[in-house]
Structure formats: structure tokens, C-alpha cells
Design a protein. Sequence first.
Length: 304
Amino acid sequence: MATSREGEVIENWIAENLDGGRVVKQSQAGASSWSSAYVYRTQTGKKYFVKVSRNRDSGMFEGEALGLQALYDTNSMRIPKIYHFGSLSSVPEGKGQGKGSFIIMEYLDFGSSYSQADLGRALAEMHKAEPADETAKKGMFGFPIDNTIGGTSQPNGWMDNWVDFYRERRLNHQLKLSKEPNLQKLGKKLCDNLERFFQGIEVKPSVLHGDLWSGNISGVDGQPSIFDPAVYYGHSEADFGMSWCAGFRPAFYEAYHKVLPQQPGFADRKQLYLLYHYLNHYNLFGGGYYSSAESILRELTNKI
């Protein structure tokens, strides 16, 4: 459960700013190594989904809030509406001056079935939508603020070239964090020749979920829904980077590519996008993710 200090900040904001009345119950809805999730119920029966981090400032949830809003603005599938994010240091009378933050969003009743075809079609429509951000509309890749991919920092400074962005903001960032000379050596060879994998295609900024695996996908009233994003504007294919644990089936890809046809070189670029996430998982968890990242690096550098 959220502590009394945390609960006071959150309950006060809900009562003062939303139309559900006073909070009468909170229940835990899950946890990760960097945040805990709760459902807050008010006296009128309305529910709100709340996430709390006791060791991160509000920047973490600012990234999530802006990201969810960017997804929401595409009107492509069910995305939870964001109400507020803030710092737990806002407790009255000077209490709680350390780190700590929270985010309040729409409660969605996840768990209903949905079709893989509907998910593929909706994701393609999301990628096809015109960016809401004015900088992305001008053809730039990135996001207004840096955010996180799991517990890892994700730099999003704007760049006007996708290959440069993916090389510097994604691959080189993770390779540096790895501190592994072998991965870095292979990574340098790959990054020095990255343009090879994008010949003959045009890449436009699409709003990306950024961390699209099965744990961040569910159904609401028979419709697909995605959440817990690591959003930025990038190449649409990059959202397949977590497909190794997303459960995408043939019907998903068939429906997706009816909206956005598959481009030449897709198979090799999919490996490029898997690599970013395998590197991130190695940096977060170690273990067997090293061999997965190394295998992809060797496979791709052998094609150069």
C-alpha cells in the first residue's frame, strides 16, 4: 500500500481536481523494481490508476505522461488518459523533501480478449498518424524530453536524420553503458556502416510506443490497448524491437502491412531494432542477454 504521506498527496489531488469526490479505498495493482501501482476508488465509485516511485523524481513520470498523451492523440486505440503527475515532496508542512513521484491516469479494465489483426491494424494507424508534436511534424526524430526504457535512461534529443539518431541515441548509448569491449568493437563496426541497412527507403517520424512487449499490451472492451510506454518519434519498424516477447502472430503482421506495406530490407532492420532492446536487457539484467546481443552484432556485421 502507499504510505500515509504518499496517500495524502495523491488523495488530496484527486479530491480537489477530479469529479469523483473523496477517495475511500486504495488497493495495490502491481509493482516493478522502480515503481508500484495502485487503484484508487472514490465515494462515487470512480476508479483511477496511480503509479508511485519512491526513488525517482517527477521527470520519470513526466516522460510517461507526455508519451501516453502522444499515443492518445493518434486516436488509434485505447490509451489511458493522463490526469496528473507530480512530486511527493509537495506534502504540506515541509515533509517528504526527498525523491519520490506519482502519476494519476484513467483506470481501464484490462483483460478482455482482442484480435491480433485489430492490434496490427491499430498499431499501423498509430504509426501512420501525423505527429502531434510540431518538431516531429518538421521531420525531426526524438522527443521533447528524455525518458526511460525500463530502468535505463533513454536520450531523445532531436536529430534530423534517423540513421544518425539510431546510431547515437540508441545503439551507441547502450553500447557505452555495457562497458563490454567485445560488444563495443562489434558495435562500432556496425554503427560505422549503419546506412547500408536503410538504402532505398524513406523514413518519416512516427510516434512509437517504444517498449512494446506482451506485458504492455492488453484488451479493453474487446479493443487492443497499449500502456507503460517509452515514447519517441522514430522509424515505425523500431516498434518491433521487442517482438521476441510480444507474442505477435501472422494475423498481426498481415493486418499491419496492409496499412503500412513492408519495405525492402525489413528483416535485417528488424534485427537492428531487436539489438537495442537486447543490449538494454543486458545492461539491466545481465546473463544470457549478452549472447543474444553478440549474436545479432555478428550476424549484421558479417553482412557489411
